[in-house]
Design a protein around this ligand. Sequence first.
Ligand SMILES: Cc1cc2nc3c(=O)[nH]c(=O)nc-3n(C[C@H](O)[C@H](O)[C@H](O)COP(=O)(O)OP(=O)(O)OC[C@H]3O[C@@H](n4cnc5c(N)ncnc54)[C@H](O)[C@@H]3O)c2cc1C
Ligand code: SF4
Length: 544
Amino acid sequence: MKVVVDLTRCQGYAQCAFAAPDVFTIRGDEALLYDPAPDDAQRAKIVRAAAMCPVQAITLERSSRLGRDDVRQPPEAVARAAAESSEEAFKRTGRIVIVGASLAGLRAGLVLRREGFTGSLTVIGDEPYPPYDRPPLSKQVLIGQASARETVLPLPDEIAADWRLGVAATGLDVGSKQVLLADGERVGFDRVLIATGARARPWPNEAEARLAGVFTVHTPDDAEGLRQALTAGPGRVLVIGAGFTGCEVASACRELGIPVTVVERGPAALTGALGAAIGGIAAQMLRDHGVDLRCGVQVTALDGEGKGDGRLRRAWLSDGSTLDVDVAVAALGGIRNVEWLEGSGLAAGVWGIACDAGCRAFDLNGVVTDDVFVAGDVARFPHPVYDYQFLALEHWGNAVAQAEIAAHNMISTEAERWPHLALPVFWSTQFGTEIKSVGVPTHADQVVIAQGSVAERRFVAVYGYRGRITAAVSFNQAKWLEFYESLVDQAAPFPPSSRAVDEPADRRPVAARVPDPPMPYATVVVTGHKPSERRVAAVHRTYV
Ligand SMILES: Cc1cc2nc3c(=O)[nH]c(=O)nc-3n(C[C@H](O)[C@H](O)[C@H](O)COP(=O)(O)OP(=O)(O)OC[C@H]3O[C@@H](n4cnc5c(N)ncnc54)[C@H](O)[C@@H]3O)c2cc1C
Ligand code: SF4
């Protein structure tokens, strides 16, 4: 049995933990962790938990097989289609290819079928696994609450599709409408959805990255390998980068009682995502939990120390110090999977593929394409709340929401298409604290603690840019975020004027201290106005 909780909606009310305590657990005040593949014996309790959840965040589904379902249309259907409008005919007998068999690709396939697309659907994924959920890989899997293989996403039977797993797309020929595969095959399409996401940025020195004990966390194999290394009882773990993934790995280490050092070149933890003002609070949280956090320092080399067994022994830091470590985790952010689109003519760059609010890809000249759609981490899209600048996100909630809009638009007439205007929402579970954000915290010059207490680490921070509210971040106060989401949506004046419960005595805004240019592991970035903007490439060239 498969369980997925939409943690962008969860407000930590804990009813699920009362109804099914073997499946759902609350750490600290409201940080929910759950078993994504519970035993069938738990079904009744989980159904009760789902019914009790006030925000309907829990989905329970049966897994299904993946195969090459026969979705070709009978001849009479093809004949009937000829008499219909071209859009209706396409919906009945068209060919859709989805490239990227993960969260966004799967959700798009589901919506296509639910909205009545009965044509042929092909899903191409370079990973050998059925679609799985990544957030548990740096959380439940590392502490042993779930195995990496159990994070497979529910696959409702209705997604009848030809699943081509374990084969990469190597090219897109927009003119002849074909996807080129690594095995030499060409798959024709009428419309294609690009959902190739991002991959982990590896440690830049290839020889050092190959040392046993050096990890990234992106796939089930990564998480499984790291989990085994943690259970072997390492003397010390080094985490390189204090972004969300790095901090979650550090949190798992401390939960397992393992000494951990986090090295961060910025001034605080989570600076790339939340700015240094709130990042300073996160840094104190890490230190209070026994993490040896070193900011303003870089790891310059990883060393196997000549013992010839290819194992990591030591790390060298830019301040001249060394650390004896058995395990190192490079948590350096993601790289968008766009290389396979070289020569396609699409506006693809380091922050992803530019698309319009309807998820249609732009070409390099800024002309919107008709039949190429984009969704998820690989997409870069304009948002009115941010002056129509393009946003690049690595957010679970955006992958789901954008995939749904893209799928709907792929089978709709122009008049029926929807815009993707959802505000970015992100969560991270670490050190018994649920951190959530809505909007773009790095699109800010000031921040104010609007509710709660920093000392008790339960508060809402509201971000502003040039006198308008652009984001809100909560630590263990998710229930208030919906209110602030509406203020971000309206671009309400900053600082917020409304009175709120539990206001701190000092409500003076301070500088948000957002890094400029954005750090490469920022999970949400405002990247500029132009679809073909290349300015951002320089950020990566100057990194490490
Ligand atoms: C460890 C970890 C923890 C996370 N935790 C959180 C969290 O707590 N909260 C949150 O909001 N978000 C979190 N995220 C982010 C979230 O998981 C992503 O936003 C989400 O997975 C994006 O889905 P996607 O389908 O767009 O892309 P992806 O999940 O990246 O999937 C893209 C798929 O396309 C495949 N692909 C790539 N290139 C090709 C090609 N050429 N041909 C065929 N297939 C290809 C990839 O292998 C992959 O399977 C986390 C991510 C990671 C890695
Ligand atoms: S909001 Fe729903 S999923 Fe979240 S803790 Fe409460 S009952 Fe559980």
